[in-house]
Design a protein around this ligand. Structure first.
Ligand code: 2AM
Ligand code: CA
Length: 270
């Protein structure tokens, strides 16, 4: 058993404050599926409303911190203080189609004088299952009060792997196809569930053995990457280097599978 820090309590409280409305809106989306215009505008409003609630709650607790928001962009705060990185609804396409697989992601990024800022706390909250995946740097990854560890599977034929597939002109189809072509024949299965934040949380929880995706945004991955690392996993770029954020390539797994996968992926991209 472990208890959160005060900061994590603030983050979880904000997510839980925004969640009931999101759940209600999700119920409404299911009714709107049949309307001619569909629920697209309604979903953008639900997304924005959720973000507004999160910002309001977090501002109350840390008035001088800035924000990086999926919907609202950047809100400057005191540059010497941390900032919040928020995705109010990761898995929007699922939400829009009435598929109950989406999450709120909140991360804290701390400035490092003379260096890259660093994510030190993160939460991925799934409003439908009421699961709260959280991590703090140096204090491990958890779901509610249960410690998370990445899976201990070591063999590719046992590994279930999550990915994100390029869509609607976004992303590099040729690159994704090459990686898929190299990985899929070697592993137990590939899944595309549509929320990068939950994919990473599920790698941390050992549900998925690995994850790869490129062309993500900081708010999709800020909390999830910390979760995987604090659960004992590796997150790198596709060449196995430590520039996942800069190259916008994410390969996450336990140490053994990570080294096997990164060889396959690097081979495919040669
Ligand atoms: P979003 O749900 O917040 O938009 C999955 O591939 C990741 O890509 C998700 O984290 C998702 O974040 C993002 N994404 C953005 N637009 C997408 C789309 N049209 N289809 C699938 N994923 C999308
Ligand atoms: Ca997102």
């Amino acid at each position: 058993m472990v208890s959160h820090s005060g900061l994590l309590t603030v983050m979880e409280r904000a997510a839980r404050k925004a969640a009931p409305r999101l759940r209600r809106d999700f119920g409404e989306v299911q009714n709107l599926q049949v309307s001619r215009k569909g629920p697209a505008d309604f979903v953008s409003m639900a997304d924005k409303r959720c973000e507004d609630t999160l910002v309001e709650e977090l501002k109350k607790a840390r008035p001088d911190w800035g924000f990086l928001l999926e919907e609202g962009g950047e809100i400057k705060g005191n540059p010497d203080k941390p900032r919040w990185i928020i995705d109010p609804l990761d898995g929007t396409t699922n939400f829009l189609h009435g598929i109950p697989h989406f999450a709120i992601s909140i991360a804290v990024e701390e400035p490092r004088p003379g260096g890259r800022p660093e994510v030190t706390s993160g939460i991925v909250y799934q409003p439908i299952t009421d699961e709260s995946f959280w991590a703090e740097k140096g204090r491990g990854a958890w779901v509610q009060s249960q410690r998370l560890r990445v899976s201990s599977r070591r063999e590719l034929p046992d590994a279930l792997i999550a990915t994100g597939i390029p869509f609607l002109g976004h992303g590099d189809f040729a690159q994704w196809s090459r990686i898929f072509g190299a990985v899929a024949p070697e592993v137990a299965g590939i899944r595309r569930f549509g929320s990068a934040a939950l994919d990473l949380a599920w790698v941390a929880a050992g549900r998925f053995d690995a994850f790869w995706e490129s062309d993500l945004k900081p708010w999709d991955v800020a909390a999830g990457v910390l979760l995987v690392r604090e659960a004992g996993g590796f997150v790198t770029d596709f060449r196995g280097g430590d520039r996942a954020m800069e190259r916008n390539e994410f390969l996450a797994a336990n140490d053994v599978l990570h080294s096997k996968l990164h060889k396959l992926v690097a081979g495919a991209l040669r």
